[in-house]
Design a protein around this ligand. Sequence first.
Ligand SMILES: Cc1cc2nc3c(=O)[nH]c(=O)nc-3n(C[C@H](O)[C@H](O)[C@H](O)COP(=O)(O)O)c2cc1C
Length: 204
Amino acid sequence: MHILHIISSPRAGASFSIKLGNGLVGKLLAAYPGSTVRVRDLAAGPFPHLEESHLDAFNAPAEAYSPAQQAAVRHSDEAIAEVQWADVIVIGVPMYNFNIPSTLKAWIDHIARARITFRYTAGGPEGLVHGKKVYLAAASGGIYSRGPGAANDFAIPYLKNILGFLGMHDVTVVRVEGTKIAGVQDQALEKALNSFVVEAPQPV
Ligand SMILES: Cc1cc2nc3c(=O)[nH]c(=O)nc-3n(C[C@H](O)[C@H](O)[C@H](O)COP(=O)(O)O)c2cc1C
């Protein structure tokens, strides 16, 4: 299997979402020996916010791209190629201000591309990315899987929505939560690492 690990925490060795993502990748490698892993670190190499040049190129027909338009879609083309290459995508999701980090949002803005990863049909929008298994390795200082915090979790519902819009409906959420809560933080990672089994992508 091809495993794509998306990192969006800038905290390297201290990051819970990276440790959890690595734990997921480790279990996948144990379950599917010989798999290939590719890491895309959005904190070390951030994608640009969308500018006019990107929007212009996204809307132009690919077969008639100018050199400038070709340059403008480089990040998008690379990111989409990685998503298409992957059978399994592990996305590290640190919660920032009740949502995802802007680095991760910028990546999404580059992979959501009309006519390539989604299209509008007479029957409504249609995702064009199929056959992927996605794991969200989510880390948060507070607790959002239940209780009063749940109403403030805009990160996971948003990601499930946009991934589904692109055709990726097989999404499993694994949370390391309470990383800032005394009495919870010490066990949070171990609890998260023991809370899931890995599964192969479902045939479509
Ligand atoms: C800029 C920033 C914003 C944050 N916002 C929230 C938040 O809204 N809710 C929360 O529970 N934790 C919040 N935190 C705490 C992080 O979610 C927590 O430290 C988490 O472990 C970060 O993921 P990481 O360990 O992979 O870097 C925030 C941390 C930072 C740095």
